[in-house]
Write a protein that binds this ligand. Structure first.
Ligand SMILES: Cc1ncc(C[n+]2csc(CCOP(=O)(O)OP(=O)(O)O)c2C)c(N)n1
Ligand SMILES: [Mg+2]
Length: 579
């Protein structure tokens, strides 16, 4: 039952942790026995938890390495507090593993049971509870938790981390060697502090050699800063890499060969996946909006998966990172570009690299031409057509705020992004709240601003319009499908109570909001009327609302139809295979 603790223990060893200090107890039996049985740790038994923690602190200082602490449930962990405070304020990495009763025994009078959640508060760099793993993640999930613990203990500001570990009876584990091996995949942490100089570091040089002649797929996700996009593109050119560019990465705007934007459409065809598999993935920024692209990356589990991020946050929900490099995007790209080996690599770039890039490029440019060409003639009001027209008529140097839900997903498909336009969204936590206010905030820099939003996101933040004033230039394109269109695409579709619980139609007349907040307002009745209204709105100051009535079901059918890729897929496969 506690078999998943063995890979948890093993992962610390794999990440280079060598020392563990225990204090005795029953609930911690599983961990204490497995750390001892593993054979890779130097272990110590210290009866007094207060002393144990200070001793661990000393070991960590002496070896300049993180040290594990293990104690039982109840008041035992409270004795760690003074040493944890010292570790936090002096920057010493301690990994505190507190055994706990399972949830079924919490707050019901079970002995030696207290609320252990976040008991150390702000005194630790990181807290997490090791939950019982879901099926399919039984051995891999505990390894991920161990990785996060080590990464956060070794952050720029080193310090203690706390993982609470509920354990179940029988507490005595099977001492089965194979459990230690279970779920293992290679994972390496490269800390900023380990790189002596970004430009001539041995690690960067080795990496350049490793990338030589390889099919490299760069993932430019949301939260890549505007000034970092150019560095990513230059690196892509140096490596002959293909770049999957999320609309919020603002890399699409730099569009040249190898910058791919229509992947959400053609990756629908799983038959193509094997032809698009890279040798190496380099991820910048956060997770791509396209779920399909995420699934494709997950499928590429033979590839080296490098994440470059300025923090020690583990950013990869499918958990297949093989190397996490803590670095600013610009510093990493510049180092690799400047690296002499990389320069050689460009000169010697071979056929494998380019034929890989051309496969992606051929699919991408083909799909983009098809979508732009056909959707321009779509007679009904459809989000895809609006986005393509906004792309055509956006003022140069303008900025576009895109709401969550279907707005960002349609954008992902239909926005080719080329041109001097900057895209923003609230993709930190993906809320449909605060959308109007964020757009009004953006517009304060004086640039012409456009917001594309669904009706519920608009409704949620209607009173944001109270901050409207004559000096900003904001055009709000409101796709009103009366409720949450996103649920048409989700498994909730067709379930009982669908309309009441998910679709949530409001039946509101938004012209009233325009009157209330003194905005200009126009409702489009025919798709052909949008361009004119849009061009007029963006040309003048103030807040302009253009309401585009759409139909949830019809839009979902149109979207499916336009992105269906009918045609002989085997023939297409055969064609790009020859590149
Ligand atoms: C603050 C917040 N509440 C609830 C949600 C869950 N949610 C995600 S999409 C959505 C529906 C949004 O509908 P709308 O803005 O009209 O966009 P559409 O899908 O129709 O394009 C809801 C309620 C959320 N993301 N954020
Ligand atoms: Mg809606």
């Amino acid at each position: 039952m506690n078999e998943y603790i063995a890979p948890f223990v093993d992962e610390f060893y794999r990440l280079g942790v060598k020392y563990a200090v225990f204090s005795p107890g029953s609930r911690s039996t599983t961990m204490a026995m497995l750390f001892t049985e593993h054979g890779g740790f130097q272990t110590y038994m210290n009866i007094d938890e207060r002393s144990a923690a200070f001793m661990a602190l000393g070991i960590a200082k002496g070896h300049d390495e993180p040290v594990i602490l293990v104690c039982t449930s109840g008041s035992a962990m409270a004795h760690y507090v003074p040493a944890i405070l010292e570790a936090q304020y002096s920057g010493v990495p301690l990994i505190v593993l507190t055994a706990d009763r399972p949830h079924t025994l919490q707050s019901m009078g079970a002995p030696q049971t207290i609320d252990q959640q976040k008991l150390f508060g702000h005194a630790v760099n990181y807290y997490e509870e090791l939950a019982v793993p879901q099926e399919g993640h039984y051995y891999t999930y505990p390894r991920l938790v161990a990785r996060k613990a080590v990464m956060k203990a070794l952050d720029d500001k080193r310090g203690p981390v706390h993982i609470n570990v509920p354990l179940f009876e029988p507490l005595v584990p099977e001492l089965e060697r194979s459990h230690f091996e279970a779920g293992y995949t290679p994972f390496k942490i490269v800390r900023r502090g380990d790189l002596q100089s970004y430009f001539d570091d041995v690690f960067i040089q080795d990496l350049a050699v490793k990338l030589r002649g390889k099919r490299v797929l760069i993932v430019a996700g949301p939260q890549v800063r505007l000034d970092e996009g150019a560095a990513i593109v230059t690196l892509g050119e140096a490596l002959g890499a293909t770049i999957l560019s999320d609309p919020l990465s603002n890399v699409r705007r730099l569009g040249t060969t190898g910058i791919i934007s229509a992947y959400d459409v053609f990756l629908k065809k799983k038959e193509l996946w094997s032809l698009l598999e890279p040798d190496v993935i380099i991820q910048f920024g956060h997770v791509l909006i396209s779920k399909r692209a995420q699934q494709f990356l997950n499928y590429c589990n033979n590839a080296e998966y490098i994440v470059v991020h300025p923090t020690m946050d583990y950013i990869n929900p499918v958990g297949i990172t093989t190397i996490h490099i803590q670095s600013s995007i610009s510093a990493f790209c510049r180092s690799l570009i400047n690296c002499s080996t990389t320069v050689m690599h460009v000169k010697e770039n071979n056929g494998v690299v380019y034929s890989y890039l051309h496969r992606w490029d051929y699919l991408d440019k083909g799909i983009r031409t098809l979508l732009n060409g056909t959707i321009a003639y779509e007679p009904s009001c459809f989000e895809g057509r609006t986005i393509i027209e906004i792309q055509r008529f956006m003022p140069k140097g303008g900025q576009l705020m895109i709401a969550n839900s279907m707005s960002i997903r349609y954008m992902d498909c239909y926005w080719s992004g080329i041109g001097d336009i900057f895209v923003y969204g609230n993709r930190g936590v993906n809320g449909i709240d605060g959308t109007v206010s964020t757009a009004i905030g953006l517009a304060q820099n004086g640039k012409p601003t456009v917001l594309i939003t669904g009706d519920l996101a608009f409704f949620h933040d209607l009173n944001g319009l109270a901050m409207a004033n004559e000096n900003i230039n904001l055009t709000i394109v409101l796709h009103n499908n009366d409720g949450g269109g996103i649920f048409e695409y989700l498994p909730q579709k067709e379930v009982k109570y669908f309309d009441y619980l998910f679709s949530t139609e409001q039946g509101l007349d938004y012209s009233g909001a325009a009157t209330l907040y003194k905005c200009s307002y126009e409702r489009i009745e025919k798709a052909d009327d949008f361009a004119k209204a849009f061009k007029t709105a963006v040309a003048s100051k103030g807040i302009h609302i253009i309401e585009v009535p759409t139909d949830k079901e019809r839009s979902s059918q149109l979207h499916d139809a336009y992105t269906a890729l009918n045609g002989d897929i085997e023939e297409l496969k055969g064609y790009i295979e020859q590149f």
